[in-house]
Ligand binder design. Structure first.
Ligand code: FMN
Length: 202
């Protein structure tokens, strides 16, 4: 069958995108508002994109009324954020933090997520996350007309990362130990416990 995106409404396009483009890594993003209130929310439109300078991105969509997510608002006010990776053990609390809380109410406090001060940026990091990237805002690119469901792609330059020693083997991150989860379509997730290798062609 052919799915014609030029004939789909944005709401109808969404499931075709998120059910097909899988698995997606999850950025559990901590930010802080100008008033100093912390925020924590998951985003699976997320990827590391280049090493020079070290850069990652996540995308927060406007809601159905065109309102921006607190994470996007905060990063516009205080141009720093932390991307905490999500291991299987944190799946439930990560999911809780996707609740739409009133602006200014902290998911760290509401859901008892233990935080630690970051080293180079103001938003705190999640202590139980195996890897937490401290980032400074590079730019925000608005996709679409900035109305309902338009995207706000937040690019960040990675300043430093906190890596838990428990996921290292010989000083490098060991994929057998990381145990991160990925987002599939609907309510499905996947786990990085089934690995295989491929030799790159010479
Ligand atoms: C696993 C997962 C992935 C998500 N990915 C995204 C995403 O990529 N973009 C987005 O706008 N919302 C995404 N959401 C929904 C946001 O987490 C949710 O709207 C949250 O309330 C935003 O919080 P904020 O307003 O505090 O920034 C995701 C939710 C879950 C559970």
């Amino acid at each position: 069958m052919l799915v014609d995106f030029q004939k789909l409404t944005p709401r109808d396009a969404h499931p075709w995108i998120i059910n097909a483009i899988t698995p997606r890594p999850i950025a559990w993003v901590s930010t802080v508002s100008a008033a100093g209130q912390t925020n924590l929310a998951p985003f699976s439109f997320f990827q590391g994109i280049c090493s020079s300078p070290p850069t990652l991105m996540f995308c927060g969509a406007n809601d159905r009324t065109g309102k921006k997510k607190d994470s996007v608002i905060n990063v516009g006010q205080v141009p720093e954020f932390v991307v905490n990776l999500v291991p299987y053990a944190l799946r439930d609390v990560m999911n809780l933090t996707s609740a739409a809380l009133p602006h200014g109410e902290s998911e760290f406090e509401k859901f008892n997520v233990v935080s630690a001060p970051s080293t180079r940026v103001r938003p705190p990091r999640v202590v139980a996350s195996p890897v937490a990237f401290e980032c400074k805002l590079d730019r925000i690119v608005i996709i679409g007309d900035d109305g309902p469901l338009s995207g706000n792609v937040v690019f960040g330059t990675i300043l430093c990362a906190h890596v838990n020693e428990s996921v290292l083997t010989d000083g490098a991150i060991d994929p057998h130990k990381l145990d991160t989860i990925g987002r599939m379509g609907g309510e499905y997730y996947t786990r990085t416990t089934e690995l295989f290798t491929l030799k790159r062609p010479t």
